[in-house]
Design a protein around this ligand. Sequence first.
Ligand SMILES: NC(=O)c1ccc[n+]([C@@H]2O[C@H](COP(=O)([O-])OP(=O)(O)OC[C@H]3O[C@@H](n4cnc5c(N)ncnc54)[C@H](O)[C@@H]3O)[C@@H](O)[C@H]2O)c1
Ligand SMILES: *[C@@H]1O[C@H](CO)[C@@H](O)[C@H](O)[C@H]1NC(C)=O
Length: 316
Amino acid sequence: MIFLMDLQMMVLDLIYFILRNSVRLVLRPRTKPVDGELVLITGAGGGLGRLFAQEFTKHGAEVVLWDLNSSSNEQTAKLVREMGGTAYTYAVDVTKREDVYRNAEQVQKDLGRHVTILVNNAGVVAGRRMLDCPDELMERTMKVNCHALFWTVKAFLPQMIAQKHGHIVTIASVLGLFSTACVEDYCASKFAAVGFHESLAHELVAEEIEGVKTTLVCPYIVDTGMFEGCKIRGEVELLLPPLKPQYCVEQAMNAILIDQPLVCIPRLTYLPVLFRALLPWESNVVAYRFMGSDKCMYPFIDYMQNQAKNNPIKVE
Ligand SMILES: NC(=O)c1ccc[n+]([C@@H]2O[C@H](COP(=O)([O-])OP(=O)(O)OC[C@H]3O[C@@H](n4cnc5c(N)ncnc54)[C@H](O)[C@@H]3O)[C@@H](O)[C@H]2O)c1
Ligand SMILES: *[C@@H]1O[C@H](CO)[C@@H](O)[C@H](O)[C@H]1NC(C)=O
């Protein structure tokens, strides 16, 4: 009897959420205010990280900027301050867990308050054929795109739970939901990031932790230079052009500010996710071949290999 009642409740809830989310496609729910929040952004010196800093500033939040590269990080802070915002910069290598923990404490000490929104945005890609790729470069991708999520979440989640207030944002990629050739390190790390994020999201719900929200952001190729040269078939590219960084970040912000758990940008990329789950592997292969997404990374790899010849990436 209880089983049947639970079943009925579950089905009703399930339908409720499908309907609610369909309505939300047209009628956007009210966004939550973030003025007064303290937002920590990793990789804040880069394309998307910088724009996230600016968007959160527009919404009245204060930002803590973490990046390996202090000069580009300072540049972001300068832009934030020019907008009348408040930015605090820290040179942090998010792959070094001691660095992460130490700087997390330092932030707390310097500002005397807790980070309430964590945006895990720092990301790298090797950009080599796996068999030509130095091992360290593949390891670096895992450490930045996946391991760093462990350390930052361990550093900032406890306070969010204690205060019953917080938001964990993971910038993954559509390449964390489906893959393509020649980006093995990146796909491995982004699938890992998706798995980590989703498990954490489930945990917060299962443990009935109140007030701590999560958003997983999965963008398609964004025009920041990270995947310079990457190209799909021309006709298909008209339908699915590389995203403008500003558009990508605005869409992500919309999702964050309504506490949406997952967003793929653009929406069209939900299709390959669906196809991957529903169709035979070979059907996906022929669709990839038709769209030119099977070899879309080839020109990117060529570009990166040339770059590497001119100035090799140093990994200690
Ligand atoms: N550009 C795209 O096409 C695209 C698509 C989907 C997802 N993403 C993801 O979006 C995020 C931002 O990408 P982007 O295009 O702005 O990249 P970007 O290369 O412009 O910026 C990344 C930033 O991260 C910093 N960083 C790298 N390693 C670090 C480390 N160990 N510690 C601290 N900071 C470090 C870099 O200094 C840089 O400022 C990444 O996670 C990326 O994987 C990008
Ligand atoms: C750091 O950023 C600056 C400015 O964006 C850039 O010119 C420089 O090459 C970057 N340094 C490293 C080590 O990536």
